[in-house]
Ligand binder design. Structure first.
Ligand SMILES: Cc1cc2nc3c(=O)[nH]c(=O)nc-3n(C[C@H](O)[C@H](O)[C@H](O)COP(=O)(O)OP(=O)(O)OC[C@H]3O[C@@H](n4cnc5c(N)ncnc54)[C@H](O)[C@@H]3O)c2cc1C
Length: 306
């Protein structure tokens, strides 16, 4: 695709915060992925709507990338626009037992704000490295908690239609799923209902969960967290270990020694290596256990032409 559209878009929309050819390895926790044609940061809800509607009209593909902790971007990068959320998506408001958070708020900051307000329920989320938007999209969860359980409603932008509100029921939460995955709607902010608690107890619980995380997870290497969803009645990590795959490597991609449910980047891994390793794990686990693993991580972008 000829790429003069980029200059035209920047000029017509008078964009201020943008980058051409940004390697996606710089904005994803896996530290892999080729360049994105154009990365645009939307500072406000209106700017976001303008960018999305421009892309729709001009038939330019777009992808929202938040903290990039659940994404595996292929080595050829991303054609079209990567949209990021700027300062207008960072607000946190607390009243009574409610908390409202902008889509760009980091989950660690959200959990901290709840602790300060003496509100319990979000302790499980304090160590998940994503944002509110990514967490709602994925219905992120850990240690028995899930983000969708705490949400009462949300504001979204529906491409082609405008700003809307949805209730929890309408957001269609299920294990690592939400309606956002099907509809292309963008979360602007979400409202949480928590329960009153003691700040010290909330902090102690967060510290304990984060200690367990550090002990069990290979946080010293780039990754995207658990690479596979939990199959019904089983644990992906245990199946992978039972198939003898712990520590197996393809290039710089490795099934983590510390936790077989993680694939880590030992330094210079490519998306191709990581994807080959994912396929090998899927095949061998299937042969050994009859269970077909499904990736939790979202694979996006183009393959690199050789
Ligand atoms: C070390 C490590 C540990 C992890 N532990 C956990 C864990 O315990 N539990 C868990 O569930 N996950 C875990 N994860 C995965 C990841 O952090 C979560 O899935 C997180 O919710 C992703 O948020 P993000 O902001 O990084 O989203 P991104 O990776 O940027 O995006 C993920 C998807 O969400 C979409 N998206 C992002 N923001 C919006 C928005 N505002 N509106 C619409 N769509 C949006 C994107 O388009 C993309 O498709 C872990 C990851 C790492 C690296």
């Amino acid at each position: 695709m000829a790429r003069e559209w980029r200059e035209r878009m920047v000029e017509e929309l008078q964009l201020k915060e943008y980058v051409f050819d940004l390697p996606m390895s710089k904005i994803t926790s896996f530290r892999v992925g080729g360049p994105a044609d154009l990365v645009v940061e939307a500072a406000t809800h209106e700017e976001l709507a303008t960018v999305i509607e421009y892309c729709r009209r001009e038939e330019i593909p777009w992808l929202l990338v938040a903290r990039g902790t659940n994404l595996l971007v292929r080595d050829g990068g991303i054609r079209g626009v990567v949209v990021r959320l700027g300062r207008g998506f960072q607000e946190i408001k607390v009243w009574e037992n409610n908390l409202l958070a902008g889509a760009g708020v980091a989950l660690s900051r959200l959990a901290e704000a709840a602790a300060v307000a003496g509100l319990s329920g979000l302790e499980f989320a304090s160590g998940i490295p994503g944002s509110v938007g990514g967490a709602v999209f994925m219905n992120a969860g850990a240690y028995g908690g899930e983000i969708g359980q705490l949400i009462t409603g949300a504001s979204l932008y529906q491409p082609g239609a405008g700003f809307i509100r949805r209730t929890r029921e309408e957001l269609g939460f299920a294990y690592r799923r939400s309606r956002l995955q099907d509809e292309g709607e963008i979360l602007l902010d979400a409202q949480f209902l928590l329960i009153p608690g003691e700040e010290a107890e909330i902090r102690a619980k967060m510290a304990e969960l984060n200690r367990r995380r550090k002990e069990k997870q290979p946080l010293e290497f780039p990754s995207a967290g658990s690479i596979f969803k939990r199959p019904p009645g089983a644990f992906a990590g245990r199946l992978i270990e039972a198939a003898g795959l712990k520590g197996v490597r393809i290039g710089d991609a490795q099934v983590a020694e510390k936790h077989a449910g993680f694939i880590i980047n030992r330094g210079q891994a490519t998306a191709r290596e990581i994807l080959s390793l994912i396929n090998r794990v899927k095949e061998e686990v299937y042969q050994k256990s009859g269970i077909l693993l499904e990736t939790e991580v979202r694979v996006v972008g183009e393959e690199k032409e050789e």
